[in-house]
Write a protein that binds this ligand. Structure first.
Ligand SMILES: C=C(O[C@H]1C=CC=C(C(=O)O)[C@@H]1O)C(=O)O
Ligand SMILES: [Mg+2]
Length: 462
């Protein structure tokens, strides 16, 4: 079979001969096509690398990336986009790469994310997550349109025995690839607590008053729910449930230390493939109906509801402007359509463009974050309101998480419908767009439904 150590070694060694000679300390990255494997099994097999794994599958499941082990990591406590970009370019400049496939998400790939607001004072809850973090995995499994690839990334120093290193990497890699998914004991829910719901409603009220005074147009306010379990949670099992339950959503998990940030978000921030750019405006929410008729009735009312259309329109205006500043041939439909999910439906407007030369996906992420679907409008004032009024730390909730490769392809989603897992505890986050007409009780109900994707996967309920 193609995954055995000796076959992998042979393949790696062939690639290694292609990238010689290595004269300085360099990232060596070699990619090979492999037989199909289960990405979740690969993730589970990486258990001994806890804190150094990631998982990503896109909304239509055409791409799955699983990273195990850390060949390179770049963390920053400053506003991280610039640091990440510079470190990435430097790493690539000297990299020795053998990747014969022109396939997105193969070869040197970085995966990472950013804090929602680097100016918010740090919190213990998010202690494992720096303001920005990017990692290039030692072992990367890529499933792209039904084909499977493995990339091995490692730092090589001149004069060391690469053959020996390759042998040990091939051995670990074939162990990861040969692993069969094993059932994991499901811890049961011991306690579930919505954090300070009444205080939260007061903050919503305060926001609507500021909006009426004209200092703000819209602000997105979030709250927390804390769930405690009988034993430590298993991330692979959670991912497996989210994959099955949350269609049309990005399934992601990023581990640091003993914590894992995991979610099933429907919201793309930006995708770039061969310079074709896609962004998404997703804001405005109504539940799904119990019957087809009720569902259609709710969907139709969402499409004509002034308050939700206003929430949505703030997002469209801002994203259009940001994308026009770095892209050509920008196309934005004039009316939103419905985006139905398992637990709720949203207003959706796709934005297309052609990213200009000299702009990278991180440039776009920097321009877009936070969109008024997560922060508000005007951006600066709404961020200040959130920083001063929200009584908890968002950490990476509502922030860009995603990947990019050496061909300038990549995709970032905004990390909503998410939870921070630490051992036997999960902190869930949900927010909603507050505009002038918002009513605290209705917004409270909306955020309750937004907890459901994660809560149901964890075995909780409302
Ligand atoms: C901030 C969240 O949702 C955003 C995305 C879609 C719809 C939203 C809304 O209708 O309020 C929010 O702007 C969240 O789920 O935590
Ligand atoms: Mg809303």
């Amino acid at each position: 079979m193609f995954h055995t150590t000796s076959v992998l070694y042979e393949q790696l060694y062939k690639s290694f001969r292609n990238v010689q000679p290595i004269e300085t300390t360099t990232l060596m990255s070699i990619t090979t096509h492999i037989d199909p494997v289960d990405p979740l099994a690969f993730h589970q097999a990486g258990r001994s690398h806890q804190g150094e794994r990631f998982y990503w599958s896109n909304h239509d499941r055409t791409l799955t990336l699983v990273g195990v082990g850390q060949a390179v990591s770049v963390d920053s406590e400053q506003e991280g986009f610039q640091v990440t970009e510079e470190s990435w370019r430097k790493l690539l400049q000297a990299a020795a790469v053998d990747n014969p496939y022109s396939v997105s998400g193969t070869g040197p790939v970085a995966f990472g994310g950013f804090a929602f607001d680097p100016l918010k004072s740090p919190s213990a809850t998010w202690g494992d997550f720096p303001n920005s973090s990017m990692m290039v995995p030692t072992f990367l499994l890529t499933k792209y349109k039904g084909e499977y690839y493995i990339t091995i990334n490692t730092i090589v120093e001149p004069g060391t025995s690469v053959e020996f290193k390759l042998e040990s990497l091939a051995e670990t890699c074939s162990e990861l690839l040969e692993h069969a998914l094993a059932p994991e004991a499901t811890p049961y829910l011991v306690q579930q607590e919505e954090v300070a719901p009444e205080e939260w409603k007061h903050i919503v009220q305060k926001a609507t008053e500021e909006i009426k005074q004209g200092t703000l147009g819209k602000v997105v306010l979030a709250r927390e729910l804390i769930a405690t379990f009988s034993n430590d949670l298993h991330v692979t099992s959670l991912l497996s449930i989210l994959e099955k339950q949350q269609h049309q959503s990005y399934i992601f998990a990023f581990e640091r230390g003993e914590s894992c940030f995991v979610g099933a978000t429907p919201e793309r921030l930006v995708k770039v493939e061969d310079r074709q750019l896609l962004s998404t405006c997703l804001a405005g929410t109504i539940p799904r109906g119990g019957t087809k008729e009720e569902d259609e009735r709710l969907g139709t009312s969402l499409l004509t509801d002034e308050k939700n259309l206003q929430e949505h329109d703030f997002v469209v205006q801002m994203i259009r402007e940001a994308i026009e500043a770095c892209s050509d041939e920008v196309k934005v439909p004039t009316e939103p359509v419905l985006y139905p999910l398992r637990n709720l439906q949203h207003l959706y407007t796709p934005v297309q463009g052609k990213l200009r030369e000299n702009y990278s996906i991180l440039d776009v992420v920097k321009r877009l974050h936070p969109t008024p679907a997560l922060g508000g409008y005007p951006v600066k004032e709404s961020l200040e309101f959130i920083r001063n009024e929200e009584p908890f730390h968002r950490g990476w909730y509502a922030s860009p998480v995603g990947w990019f490769d050496a061909r300038d392809n990549g995709e970032f989603a905004v990390a909503i419908r998410s939870a921070l897992i630490h051992r036997n505890q999960a902190t869930l986050f949900a927010g909603c767009g507050v505009v002038e007409e918002s009513q605290p009780e209705v917004e409270y109900e909306e955020t309750a439904i937004k907890f459901l994707p994660m809560l149901n996967a964890l075995g909780g309920y409302l």
